[in-house]
Design a protein around this ligand. Structure first.
Ligand code: FES
Length: 122
C-alpha cells in the first residue's frame, strides 16, 4: 500500500475536489460535509474525467399524497458529481453511477493525519 499525498486538510474547502496522481492513475479527491472521498478519475461510460465534473445536489421529485407530481427540488443530503463528457452522475459518498448503481467508480480509502490528507492506493 502507498499513501499518496493530497495536500493539507485545511486547503480543502468543503465542496471542493482535486486530482492526485499515483503513477499513471488519476484519482479525484473530494471533501464534502467534512469527510473525504476518493475515486479513480475514469468514467464507467467512455473513460472521461468523471471526478473533474461539477458537484450538484440530486434533483428529487416532490409528490402529493395521491402520488401525483408537484414539483422538483434539490436534495438536502444527496450530492452527485457529473462527468463533464456526457453527464453520467455519480453519488459522491459511494461512487455509484446514479443511473445504474451496479456501475461504480473505483474507490480509495482516504486518511487524514497531522493535518495532511493521503489517498491509500496499491
Ligand atoms: S465518459 Fe463520462 S459520461 Fe461519457
Amino acid at each position: 500500500m502507498t499513501e499518496v499525498p493530497a495536500g493539507k486538510a485545511a486547503s480543502f474547502e468543503d465542496g471542493s475536489q482535486r486530482i492526485v496522481f499515483h503513477g499513471d492513475v488519476e484519482i479525484g479527491v473530494f471533501r464534502w460535509g467534512g469527510k473525504f472521498y476518493a475515486y479513480e478519475n475514469l468514467c464507467v461510460h467512455q473513460g472521461g474525467p468523471a471526478c473533474e465534473g461539477v458537484l450538484m445536489h440530486q434533483v428529487e421529485d416532490v409528490l402529493a399524497s395521491d402520488r401525483t407530481f408537484v414539483r422538483q427540488k434539490f436534495s438536502d443530503t444527496d450530492v452527485h458529481f457529473v462527468c463533464p463528457w456526457h453527464g453520467y452522475e455519480y453519488d459522491l459518498t459511494t461512487g455509484e453511477c446514479v443511473g445504474d448503481r451496479r456501475l461504480k467508480l473505483r474507490r480509495y480509502p482516504v486518511v487524514e493525519r497531522g493535518g495532511e490528507v493521503f489517498v491509500v492506493a496499491e
